[in-house]
Design a binder for this molecule. Sequence first.
Ligand code: GLN
Length: 490
Amino acid sequence: MSKSVSQIISDLESGATTSVALVHDCAARIDRLNPDLNAVLSVQRDDALKAAEASDARRKSGKPLSAADGVPILLKDNICATGGPTTCASRVLENYRPPYDATATAKLRAAGVVVLGKTNMDEFAMGSTTEWSAFGMSKNPWKTDHVPGGSSGGSAVAVASGMAPWALGSDTGGSIRQPAGFCGVVGMKPTYGRVSRYGLVAFASSLDQIGPFASNVEDAALLMNLIAGHDGRDSTSADVPPEDCVAELRNGRLAGLRIGRPRQFFDVEGIDDDVRSVTDGTLDILRREGAEIVDVNMPFAEEYSVAAYYVIAAAEASSNLARYDGAHYGYRAKDSANIVEMFSRSRAEGFGAEVKRRVMLGTFALSAETFDAYYVRAQKARTLIKRDYDNALKECDAILAPVAPTPAFPAGEKTGDPVRMYLADVFTLSLNLAGYCGLSLPAGFSKSGLPIGVQLLAGAFGEKGLLQTAWQLESKLGIAGSRTPAVFAR
Ligand code: GLN
């Protein structure tokens, strides 16, 4: 098991390690494992070493920028960072080098965190497996013929295989929580507006959020502290006071806590037996620790979220991706006879199949004849789904749910059937439609040795309490660090 960020920080403080040594370690592991796992798309080795040297010098002079000064991180390749490409795993942005940092990136650098490189993903974050990356899929480190989940699959694989102790991802409909669950790490989707979206390449702007990947809850809380906060450059950024997610992390209590069990997320067909037994086992632990398990009713979240999400997300994507026309942004097809041909060939050659499917679906949903029947109805369903959360959260402090109906599945299993792929997102989409916060936490293993996560979900700006509960639960589950994927031995 590689070290946790909190251990790394104490090693940096005591002088047992240096930021330069950490960068060398991570880069060596990437060199060794990435040819197989394909989790990382680019490494900014020289810049990272320079930043690490500067960090070590600050520590030496007793002036670190933050406790995490010198800790390396990988960023999902849709989060802008100067010094290297930001491709969104798309041919369209293959040569894009952002001239500015995303706010999340800038905040990390201001804390002295060292950006090592960028991670693989589904093209423009559209997907659930990373199989839609234009640069090849990532592999699940626990079973390399299985998917790691997506769309932030590369970030999950990188943390699970020790390529970096931290990574950032983005979650529009589950893209942090689901790969975290599939790879046995912690992943958090913050409340919409909690983390600035400035410099996050837009997929579905009313749903997208940046969030942390880490190997345990405390490390995720440390990273939340660094990236959260109001930002005038994102008009949807929430102007709420920042919360310290770390200081009182251990002060939560399971005894007396009310945990909601949405019956529609449990009593449905098609849930894998191992997922069911790990989720039920987690409820048993909570009960044993004195939490009260409350049966809650979330009918709309279960029934409408797949349909509503895939209309709304596609609609927003079709609008956001209009800018990649070969003139404003991105890949330009050569030798076109006129500008219309140039637009259409640039997009036809640049985008992959799934992105095209979303653009077409979204354009259809937004067209005059179908707008009311699809887009407006989806927005109404979204309101009902949010109401489900509001009602449920009146009766409980947090909701427990499976992350996905199954553990990681074999590569290629769902790429031929988009609807089956979309249906596998059934447990993660509703949280984004509601705009609330949640995390996924390793809770057990399948009989075949694949990690299985559970989600804890809470209301707007409930991150601090959610992390406290997750920390307590993690310590009772005893899963974190109990097993490591075989690649660790390599
Ligand atoms: N799997 C979902 C989709 O394909 C969610 C993706 C995400 O959260 N970025 O849209």
